[in-house]
Each structure stands twice: as structure tokens, then as C-alpha cells.
Design a protein around this ligand. Structure first.
Ligand code: PGA
Length: 253
């Protein structure tokens, strides 16, 4: 109950490298039609860059907010192939996913790079959804907390106000594998992260939203949502079909 009063749930869809502009518009329209707003929760979608502007237009007048999946930590300049926070704002984004494990793994993102992006996003008025999480190997070695702790400290180094920050705990072994963390496994890490944030930022920790991500579906989200420190879901695969995503939204506590 305490959580519901203090922290609005967030369901965020990460479309990853899926959907043409036309497909993105169709999905956005279906989500807009199926979600008319909620007092308890927020809904966010993160299409690929090429579809941001069109999806932003399609979502006008709805309660669904637009996010990007990544950004660069400079406003402009000679950075071929990169997209700046200013451009994301211009395209209608309110939020940006930063440090997703796929970026860390395939594009060599580091904690320092994530930190620079988080600070730049905040300065630009974008809400960062900062991803952290351990690999299968790290969990087996028993170093989950030290890995996640290092990622959280690294991402938030020098950040003064937590107001607009959202953290997503995504165990790498649960992403796209169908192997969802049990609600107890997830809650253990979420409570650890909130404890660490309390140490670093004091009372602001009680208002920080910590999302869980990794094989969330409409069939397992209710169990996760019942946990004290789980404040939402970052959804990949199941966000690509209106039924799957709306089914998750319908279970927001
Ligand atoms: P998944 O992806 O839901 O397909 O496991 C989650 C994510 O990567 O954010």
C-alpha cells in the first residue's frame, strides 16, 4: 500500500531494433486506443530513432509518453552517427533509456559513459531510465550485489537530484530468454538498490522508481508487481504486440 501511494508504477516498452515507421505508428495507435490513462501508473514506449517523431505524433493527446533507447552525451558536434538529447527533446521524447545491457555488451558502454549520459539527459530535461544488472556468470559467482552496486554508483556519480531518475534492474540472464527472475530474486536486488540509494541520497530513495526488466509478460507481471520495491516493468519482447503490452498495463497495481 505504502508503495502505491508513494510511487506510481511505470510500464515501459523497449522496442529495440524492431519496427519500421509504419509498423511503429500502428503499434503506437493500438496502445493509445487501449490505454486511456491511469491514476496509478505511467506508460512509456521507446521506438527506434527513425520512428520517434512519427510515434510522438501518433501518441498526441494520449497519456503514453515517448522515450529513446539511447543518446550521446553531447548536445551537438562532429559525432557521426550519434543522436543528442536536444534532438530527442525535439522529437518529442520525455525519457531516455541509458546503459541497457545490450549497449554495454555490444557497444562497449562503460559505467563512466553511462554516467556522462545520465548527467547530460538530466541537464537537457529528459528522464533517464538507467539499466543495471548482472550476467548469469556473475550471479553464479555470487557477485550480483557488487556488480549492480558498482553500476548504480557509477551511473549516479555526481548526480545531485534523483527526482527525474528511474532505475531498471534487468538481470542479463533474464533478457529475451523467457527466464524471468522469480519475484523473490528480483525483490532482493531491488531492496538492495533502494538501500544503496538511501545511503547515497537519503530520503529521496523512497520516491525512486525501480523497474524490473527481463522476460516480463502479462502472465508473470502481477507476481512481480506485488513486491514492495518493484515499481514497474521494462518490457522488450512482450511490448511488440498490442495484446502483450496492454495485458501488462492492465495488471499495473
Ligand atoms: P525482454 O527484454 O522483455 O525481451 O526480456 C527486456 C529488456 O531488454 O528491456
Amino acid at each position: 500500500m505504502r508503495r502505491i501511494l508513494m510511487r506510481k508504477w511505470i510500464v515501459a516498452g523497449n522496442w529495440k531494433m524492431h519496427n519500421t515507421i509504419a509498423e511503429s505508428i500502428a503499434l503506437a495507435r493500438a496502445i493509445k486506443e487501449g490505454f486511456s490513462g491511469s491514476a496509478n501508473g505511467e506508460v512509456v514506449v521507446a521506438p527506434p530513432f527513425t520512428a520517434l517523431s512519427a510515434v510522438g505524433d501518433a501518441l498526441k493527446g494520449s497519456a503514453v509518453r515517448l522515450a529513446a533507447q539511447n543518446m550521446y552525451s553531447e548536445d551537438k558536434g562532429a559525432f557521426t552517427g550519434e543522436i543528442s538529447p536536444v534532438m530527442l527533446k525535439d522529437a518529442g521524447c520525455a525519457c531516455v533509456i541509458i546503459g541497457h545491457s545490450e549497449r554495454r555488451k555490444f557497444f562497449s558502454e562503460t559505467d563512466d559513459g553511462v554516467n556522462a549520459k545520465v548527467k547530460k539527459a538530466l541537464a537537457a530535461g529528459l528522464k533517464p531510465i538507467v539499466c543495471v544488472g548482472e550476467t548469469d556468470e556473475e550471479r553464479v559467482q555470487g557477485v550480483t550485489q557488487s556488480v549492480v552496486g558498482r553500476q548504480v554508483r557509477g551511473a549516479l556519480a555526481g548526480v545531485e537530484k534523483l527526482d527525474d531518475v528511474v532505475i531498471a534492474y534487468e538481470p542479463v540472464w533474464a533478457i529475451g530468454t523467457g527466464k524471468v527472475a522469480t519475484s523473490a530474486q528480483a525483490e532482493e536486488v531491488h531492496a538492495f538498490v533502494r538501500g544503496l540509494i538511501r545511503e547515497l541520497f537519503g530520503a529521496a530513495a523512497e520516491e525512486l522508481r525501480i523497474l524490473y526488466g527481463g522476460s516480463v509478460t502479462k502472465d508473470n507481471v502481477a507476481e512481480l508487481a506485488a513486491m514492495e520495491d518493484i515499481d514497474g516493468a521494462l518490457v522488450g519482447g512482450a511490448s511488440l504486440k498490442p495484446d502483450g503490452f496492454l495485458g501488462i498495463i492492465a495488471k499495473m497495481p
